[in-house]
Design a protein around this ligand. Structure first.
Ligand SMILES: Cc1cc2nc3c(=O)[nH]c(=O)nc-3n(C[C@H](O)[C@H](O)[C@H](O)COP(=O)(O)O)c2cc1C
Length: 202
């Protein structure tokens, strides 16, 4: 009986250690905002499961999009072969994200957001798709932080190589690659412009 109790407790302890260290429940949205940073050093000893990535990507589906067109698409490199391949496609970011367990390539389908009956409705055209993808990715990185993960959005990437690697059709524009993992050290907060520089009240 004692042995059984011991093994049960040990099993619970191991399960508890393996759980992702989420931001404490009840953490405020402001705390998520404040603790999210671009992380450029990842903990190689921690992995992220496909189920966790699915939970993260479900959050992106709550993002608004132009006429609810949902043009954003995601290609997830979680297996080691694809992960290692993507690492070669992020240029100078390679050393920064070498230990990130997951890379997520974000794209948007062209000719959806900003279009009606095949015609651009205004001067922005497919820029609305890029706008929607940015919104969707904002949800992604904030949800990631709320789950205890860290991210780096990478605009420095080889889109031709990524297109081939994931068989991404020409009907999609490749935007950022997002590294996902756990921070190895706390990043500092880059200075922000004073509000007065960027806001005008009338
Ligand atoms: C569209 C976009 C592209 C970016 N590309 C890179 C990149 O290739 N490499 C990198 O280290 N950081 C990249 N960043 C991160 C920015 O440098 C970072 O967000 C900015 O310095 C503010 O820091 P913070 O995210 O910690 O608040 C990118 C950010 C955005 C939004």
């Amino acid at each position: 009986m004692r042995k059984l109790l011991f093994f049960t407790l040990a099993a619970f302890a191991i399960m508890a250690c393996n759980q992702s260290p989420r931001v404490e429940s009840g953490v405020s949205f402001d705390e998520v905002l404040a603790s999210r940073r671009s992380v450029r050093a990842y903990d190689a000893s921690k992995s992220i499961s496909e189920a966790e990535v699915r939970e993260l990507l479900l959050a992106t589906q709550e993002a608004p999009s132009w006429a609810n067109q949902e043009p954003s698409k995601y290609y997830v490199a979680i297996g080691e072969e694809k992960r290692a391949a993507v690492l070669e496609m992020v240029g100078g970011n390679k050393d920064r994200v070498a230990n990130a367990p997951v890379f997520i390539v974000s794209t948007f389908e062209k000719g959806k957001s900003g279009f009606f009956r095949g015609m651009a409705v205004d001067e922005l055209g497919d820029s609305w798709g890029a706008y929607d993808n940015g919104l969707s990715n904002a949800y992604l990185i904030l949800k990631a932080r709320a789950m205890g993960f860290d991210t780096l959005i990478m605009g420095m990437r080889d889109t031709d190589a990524l297109r081939t690697c994931f068989n991404i059709p020409e009907t999609e524009t490749i935007m950022a690659v997002i590294a996902l993992g756990y921070r190895a050290q706390d990043p500092s907060r880059p200075e922000r412009r004073p509000l007065e520089d960027v806001v005008r009240f009338f």
